[in-house]
Design a protein around this ligand. Structure first.
Ligand code: ADP
Ligand code: ASP
Ligand code: MG
Length: 418
């Protein structure tokens, strides 16, 4: 008997029919003698619909109220799944985040989990119940409902698994594992049997939405064995087969790991580029610009400072696209006059494409293969950033799919070459 956490995403919970299937799958695991905690997301499209209602009423809705609204999607899901499990003859009970409680900080719309009380859940499991806990939501020290950022149910599930010291956290989704890149963009993408924790962390942070980055961080910090697998296989496939399917996030480089130099390609449209033109090339400039941006709680990603000409330089960086207008406004009103900068310009039609692989540590020339491939496709690189196991480029958004497909092929990741 093992304690296992199952997480089901929005598509997997997308209709009552699918919820019934989830219930049958969970019941199969319970009948095999396991203790199961289920963490479902809202039904697909529901979180967007709820946030859309708020946006109809205000351009700047209060983050606290947004969380109050968005968290309800998951509350509906846990109730429905509990009813479906009861209809399967299971003893099931559902909880909202605050009832567990899953305690978070007060950063509405992007709260961080601080602790999870496992008492209530353990007592239910010991009493033979299936426990269903809302994904995505928690409660702050003042009793306010919070949410964990888009895709946050992954993080809820891994955090619950960590708190319960679960044997494994199974992330059931609409693809059958982690692929070399998003299979919706590159049909030839290949599923990985295992991916190292470090590579998964990079892939998630660079835009692969298959797992929310914080869930991978939790998995690493608490060593939670985590597997991504399909919820679309027939629910009654043999449990042994299901338990071995999908992609395991591995903490050791074992024989299951592939030895590719580049393991995957990630991409994101979620950023925008800003340049402060003609700033004096003197000590403290980066701080004067980025300090103001940080004070406004805007994250900065890729940063480039050009060499100076005549004591003046250009300073470029990327910010989340959702913060673009606010960042430009702030820089024009506060930073440009203070630094006597010539201009503040920007581009929000960019994307970032990244190659990721542990093998890059020990191989030279990988970045240059990347640049060569993009140049053959006539794609202009606007910014470059590298770290030990990744290289990212910022390019025009319109070339994103072309770039991803060309790189996928250039690094031998296509199915045909496997
Ligand atoms: P869920 O609702 O189950 O949380 P998500 O839509 O959040 O599902 O995540 C699954 C999706 O992630 C897939 O449908 C796929 O399009 C996308 N994705 C992006 N990159 C990858 C990748 N490298 N491997 C697998 N899926 C990926
Ligand atoms: N329902 C939330 C979202 O759409 C959380 C999740 O799906 O993980 O972002
Ligand atoms: Mg998701």
């Amino acid at each position: 008997m093992a304690l296992i956490v199952h997480k089901y995403g929005g598509t997997s919970m997308g209709s009552t029919e699918r919820i019934r299937n989830v219930a049958k799958r969970v019941a199969k695991w319970v009948r095999a003698g396991h203790q199961i905690v289920v963490v479902p997301s809202a039904m697909s499209g529901e979180t967007n619909r709820l946030l859309g209602l708020a946006k109809e009423l205000s351009d700047r809705p209060s983050p606290r109220e947004l969380d109050m609204i968005a968290s309800t999607g998951e509350q509906v899901s846990v109730g429905l799944l509990s009813i479906a499990l009861q209809a399967e003859g299971m003893d099931a009970v559902s909880y909202a985040g605050w009832q567990v409680p899953i305690k978070t900080d007060s950063a509405f719309t992007k709260a961080r989990i601080e602790s999870i009380d496992d008492k209530r859940v353990r007592a239910d499991l010991d009493a033979g119940k299936v426990v269903i806990i809302t994904g995505f939501q928690g409660v702050d020290p003042n009793g306010n409902i919070t949410t964990l950022g888009r895709g946050g149910s992954d993080t809820s599930a891994v955090a619950v698994a960590a708190a319960l010291k679960a044997h494994e956290c199974l992330i059931y989704t609409d693809v059958d594992g982690v692929y070399t890149t998003d299979p919706r963009v590159v049909p030839d993408a290949r599923r990985l049997k295992a991916i190292s924790f470090e590579e998964m962390l990079e892939m998630a942070s660079l835009g692969s939405k298959v797992l929310q980055i914080r869930s991978v961080e939790f998995a690493g910090k608490y060593r939670v064995p985590t597997r991504v697998l399909s919820s679309f296989t027939p629910w009654d496939i043999p449990l042994d087969e299901e338990a071995k399917s999908g992609t395991l996030i591995s903490f050791e480089e074992d024989e299951e790991m592939e030895q590719a130099v580049v393991s995957g390609i990630a991409f994101t449209r979620d950023e925008a580029k800003i340049t402060v033109v003609g700033v004096p090339d003197t000590p403290g400039i980066a701080f004067k610009i980025l300090g103001k941006v940080a004070e406004a709680n805007i994250d900065v990603d890729v940063i480039i400072q050009n060499v100076s000409r005549d004591g003046k330089t250009d300073f470029s960086f990327t910010v989340p696209r959702g913060d673009y207008a606010r960042a430009i406004e702030l820089l024009k009103s506060k930073v440009q006059p203070e630094l006597n900068a010539a201009d503040v310009i920007g581009d929000d039609k960019i994307c970032k494409v990244s190659i990721v692989g542990i093998g890059m540590r020990s191989h030279v020339g990988i970045a240059s293969t990347m640049f060569g491939t993009l140049s053959q496709e006539g794609i202009n690189i606007k910014m470059i950033t590298t770290s030990e196991i990744k290289t990212s480029v910022v390019i025009d958004e319109k070339y994103m799919e072309l770039a991803v497909r060309a790189l996928h092929k250039a690094f031998g990741l296509d199915e045909a070459k496997a």
